[in-house]
Structure formats: structure tokens, C-alpha cells
Design a binder for this molecule. Structure first.
Ligand code: MLT
Length: 304
């Protein structure tokens, strides 16, 4: 029997890909054959020598000591694209929340009380504070044209936005095959100078740390929105906060609330919800469970 240690809740549909006659699955094992996880941070964990494979039910693998595992010959499998639709939908929600002032407007509505006539009077007096703007008047810069970035580009385009894309690795020609709506930015600076909304879809690696910095934010037209549902660290938080305070940026949408960002009234933060839909959780779990099973039983490696 193979022993599978789960460090987070993994969708039952994924776990069913590991048949009970050959697999034991539990959240505690001292000598597991493989580990399945979502966002558990493994860097400080003692990883038993028995572990032969690790499966991350998500796209990013920065919570796993991949170099250490590679040196041990242990493949780390992930699920690129499996939650891309869920993330795309939250990007669209974040953009709309920002440009239509949805959260402060809801807070205002929540303070209303009294009879209908009084409420109506207060609504008429207060609503001018929440006048928004529309997406078709804006240009979205998509940084990173992988599974998520291309879907975001298509959705934004369907909503009437002009879309400009940049990816350091994928040529715009190949992204163009997936999304005919993306216009090519010749450089990141070019993208920032044209876009009043930016959405980031790159992993957090040395080359992307602080990629959204003070200089680049200053290149954006005033009143811009930055959406970062990818990872903290890709945007320089101090630079973003300064631009929010000066009014150069209207909103910053994030999926990893931390420190000062949490309290800032122009920050729209979600509690790591990008991939949290039933469909995405199932898709990711199925994709990694299949990969771990194929590796343990046949030595097959795909997508590690
Ligand atoms: C991802 O990297 O795809 C997400 O962090 C997955 C998750 O929310 O578990």
C-alpha cells in the first residue's frame, strides 16, 4: 500500500483517483510515500526520506523546497491551468470592485437606516461619492501570458477593454494563437506607460521580485488599478502604498493580505481566494493525484 500524506484539505474527487485497494491517505504518517498539499509551507518541515513524490494542487510551487527535492531526485508535480478559470473570474471581480467603488458603496449602504423616505434621501445625497468608471474606457496590461493571463486577456477584451500583453518567455505570437485580443507590448515599460489597469500573472521568482516598482507605477496614467492575485513580492508594496496615498493609483487588488496593506482603504484584499472554487479545487486535485499515482506506479513523469 502506498501511503499518501495530505498537508491540506484535498478535494475528494482528486483523492478518489488513488484507489483504496492500493492507497492509504491520512494527514499524519511518519513514513509517507508521497505528499499532497495546497498552500502548506514546507520549507521548515522535516521531509521524511521515504517521500518519493510531492503533488501541489495548484500552480505555484514556492511553498515547496523544490531545489532540495530535486537534489534528492523527488519530483514536484503541480497543476498549471487547472484553476485558471477561477483566478480569471476573481481578477474580473477585483477590477469591477475597483472601478465601480463597490466595497465602499456597500459599506455606505450598510449604514443606512430609518424609514424608506429617509433612506431614499440619504441615498440621493450619498451616491455621488461612489460614481465609478467603465471598463471599455480602459486599457488592461496583462503581465504573464500563461493559462491565467490569456484567459484574463480574453475576458477583459470581451468586457470591452483594450488589452496589451507582455511575457518574458512566451512569444506574443504564441499567446496570440490563444488570445487574438492581446496587443504586443515591446517591453514592460511600454506596457506600463499605456495601461491604466495592470494584472500580474507571473510566478514569484528572483526575476519577478519587485517587477512592479515605483518607476514603472509612475509611468502609468493617473488613477490606475493594479491587480496582483499572483504572489506578494512581485509588486513593491511600499511603492504601491505611496502611489495609493498620492492618488496616482486608485486601487490595489490583492489575494494575500499582509501588514499595512490590510488596513488601507484603497486596497481590495481577498484571503487567498483566487483558486477557491469547487471546480478549481477538483481540477487541481485530480491533476496532481493522477500525476503522483502514475509516478509511484509506473515511474511516469509529466509536468514536474
Ligand atoms: C496556486 O498557486 O494555484 C494557488 O495558490 C492555489 C491555491 O489557492 O491553493
Amino acid at each position: 500500500m502506498y501511503k499518501i500524506l495530505t498537508l491540506n484539505n484535498i478535494s475528494v474527487k482528486g483523492l478518489k483517483r488513488l484507489p483504496q485497494d492500493r492507497y492509504e491517505i491520512a494527514s499524519e504518517f511518519t513514513t509517507p510515500d508521497a505528499i499532497l498539499l495546497r498552500s502548506f509551507k514546507m520549507h521548515d518541515m522535516e521531509i521524511p526520506d521515504t517521500v518519493a513524490a510531492i503533488g501541489r494542487a495548484g500552480a505555484g510551487v514556492n511553498n515547496i523546497p523544490v531545489d532540495k527535492m530535486t537534489a534528492r531526485g523527488v519530483p514536484v508535480f503541480n497543476a498549471p491551468g487547472a484553476n485558471a478559470n477561477a483566478v480569471k473570474e476573481l481578477v474580473v471581480a477585483g477590477l469591477l470592485m475597483a472601478v465601480r467603488n463597490i466595497y465602499p458603496a456597500m459599506q455606505f449602504a450598510g449604514t443606512l437606516e430609518g424609514d424608506d423616505a429617509k433612506i431614499s434621501k440619504e441615498v440621493e445625497a450619498g451616491k455621488k461619492n461612489y460614481v465609478g468608471s467603465e471598463l471599455p474606457s480602459k486599457t488592461l496590461g496583462v503581465i504573464g501570458l500563461g493559462a491565467i493571463g490569456v484567459r484574463v486577456a480574453n475576458a477583459a477584451s470581451a468586457l470591452g477593454m483594450k488589452v496589451v500583453g507582455y511575457d518574458p518567455k512566451i512569444s506574443v505570437q504564441s499567446a496570440w494563437k490563444l488570445s487574438r485580443k492581446v496587443e504586443q507590448a515591446v517591453s514592460l515599460d511600454h506596457l506600463f506607460s499605456q495601461c491604466d489597469c495592470i494584472s500580474v500573472h507571473v510566478p514569484l521568482i528572483d526575476a519577478t521580485k519587485g517587477l512592479v516598482n515605483a518607476e514603472r507605477i509612475a509611468m502609468m496614467p493617473a488613477g490606475g488599478v493594479i491587480v496582483n492575485l499572483a504572489r506578494g513580492g512581485i509588486c513593491d508594496d511600499d511603492a504601491v502604498l505611496a502611489a495609493l496615498d498620492s492618488g496616482h493609483l486608485q486601487s490595489y487588488v490583492i489575494d494575500f493580505p499582509t501588514g499595512q496593506l490590510l488596513q488601507h482603504k484603497k486596497v481590495i484584499s481577498f484571503p487567498h481566494l483566487g483558486a477557491s472554487t469547487e471546480e478549481a479545487e477538483e481540477n487541481c486535485a485530480i491533476m496532481v493525484a493522477d500525476q503522483v499515482r502514475e509516478y509511484l506506479e509506473d515511474g511516469t513523469i509529466r509536468n514536474s
